[in-house]
Design a protein around this ligand. Structure first.
Ligand code: IFL
Length: 464
């Protein structure tokens, strides 16, 4: 087993120093927390929410946990069991085997992608192809792999339609017709892990080649300072904005460069990841009142073009740590930690110049816990777990509703005002991050673990 590395900052902390980069304080609970008990609590909450989903929204895409109703996510009126598929590998690692099997049986009997309707290619891949693949990797059932392949084949039509191999945003699952060529880095560049694993399992390297070709197209258009604009046209292949973003419109593109190295040993992808992250640090990393943020900048000049950062940008703290930029990762995490301390729930969008919320609603977001997990896996510093425990308890306090966990309509009221929707990713992401960190489940080898952007387990299940 790999020994955790002890960084100088952490050695100082063990000697009693208060040295968190960025100046935010660490929660005191780390030393006294009963992690196994907290892990058991996460599992109990997941099971409780699953039972409500089964009773009130079975096979539907998302439950509305205040009203007990449900809604479609991909194609109105054609639900694809989104929450169920997203939950599968989480159920597996929690050893909720009856529930896992119940979900698998539904997939086998009821999930059919032959629908005459347009589905968003990016979301369909990360949520459904990824969910089916991770469930297959968990239990080995070939039907799950077959469903993942069938769906990926339908999505491939969106790549084929572009002369540059850049997927259109929407594809008709039955006819293969495409629409919406105006797209972005995240939506053209978040396929390599799912498609690569699918290729390994089926012996067909067309999937990974298509995913990598789209990424390379954008990477080849980097400016002299190493940045890409976030928006791009699938038809012309040209950038259609000047804004470089680490945030929405771009985020998982960068994750998948690094993940392709971890999963497949693709050294070219690793090189691109390191170059992109170094360019971000050099040209997008800005200090406001001492806090590190990564606002949008002009991709050619580096001039700041926007003063906001979303909660989704938090993934970058973990990615920086994974790719060897630990100091910057810790600094960026500290900026979000300060927001968690001040607002309890990290605002969906933040004005980085004033460190204040832009808007009141939030989407029950997982990225802070994602970053903590990735930083914790590097050195197993207990304090990342303590920050995650705060995140979990704050969620429980504010988002727990009659029939599950919900997004929030207003984080400024007391108590906070609940919305009425549980996003599909809740089943795959934060509950899994919490459980992995608190319970250290025996069905996962944390040293081998690779998660997709949707936290689907693509490597790391322990056999047996
Ligand atoms: O679907 C989730 C995924 O992590 C992603 N974007 C945002 C979602 C969670 O906030 O890539």
């Amino acid at each position: 087993m790999t020994q955790p590395r002890l960084h100088r900052r952490h050695a100082l902390a063990l000697m009693g120093g208060s040295v968190l980069a960025g100046g935010a304080s660490w929660p005191a609970a780390a030393r006294s927390e009963d992690w196994a008990a907290l892990g058991a609590d996460v599992k109990a909450e997941f099971k409780w929410a699953w039972d409500h989903y089964v009773a009130r929204a079975w096979g539907r895409d998302e439950i509305n946990p205040v009203s007990g109703t449900a809604k479609s996510f991909f194609i109105e009126g054609h639900d694809l069991g989104l929450s169920l598929v997203e939950a599968l590998d989480t159920l597996w690692l929690m050893e909720l085997d009856e529930e896992f099997q119940q979900g698998v049986e539904w997939v086998k009997s009821s999930l059919d992608f032959d629908i005459d309707g347009y589905s968003q290619v990016f979301e369909t891949n990360i949520r459904l192809v990824g969910g089916l693949l991770s469930a297959h990797l968990a239990c080995g059932d070939p039907v799950l792999l077959g469903k993942a392949k069938d769906l990926a084949d339908r999505l491939m039509k969106a790549f084929d339609a572009s002369p540059h191999g850049l997927p259109y945003r929407y594809v008709n699952l039955r006819t293969g017709a495409v629409r919406d060529p105006e797209t972005n880095l995240a939506e053209i560049g978040t396929y390599a892990t799912e498609f690569g694993v699918l290729g390994q399992l089926t012996g067909d390297d067309r999937y990974y080649a298509a995913a990598k070709r789209a990424m390379k197209h954008a990477l080849d258009r980097r400016s002299d300072i190493g940045l890409m604009a976030a928006n791009i046209h699938a038809g012309t292949g040209e950038f259609i904005s000047r804004n470089a973003s680490i945030d929405v419109y771009a985020d998982s593109f960068y994750e998948y460069l690094w993940d392709s190295w971890e999963l497949f040993g693709d050294a070219e992808m690793k090189g691109w990841a390191e170059e992109c992250l170094a360019a971000m640090i050099a040209h997008q990393g800005k200090r406001y009142d001492g806090r590190l943020w990564f606002p949008m900048v002009d991709y050619e000049t580096g001039a700041v073009t926007g003063a906001s950062q979303t909660v989704l940008g938090g993934y970058l703290a973990g990615l920086l740590g994974q790719a060897g930029f630990k100091g910057e990762g810790d600094d960026f995490l500290a900026s979000y930690t300060a927001m968690q301390e001040q607002y309890v729930i990290i605002p969906e969008s933040i004005n980085v110049t004033t460190a204040t919320p832009r808007g009141k609603r939030t989407g029950l977001r997982p990225e802070f816990a994602d970053a903590c997990l990735n930083l914790w896996r590097d050195d197993r510093d207990e304090r990342y777990r303590a920050l995650t425990a705060v995140h979990y308890r704050n969620m429980k306090e504010t988002s727990k509703a009659a029939y599950g966990y919900t997004s929030l309509a207003d984080i400024t009221t007391r108590p906070m005002t609940q919305g009425d929707n549980c996003p599909g990713y809740w089943w795959s992401e934060q509950m899994k991050y919490y459980f992995l960190m608190f319970a250290e489940p025996k069905r996962i080898d944390l040293n081998r673990l690779v998660l997709s952007t949707e936290a689907n387990v693509l490597r790391g299940f322990v056999a047996g």
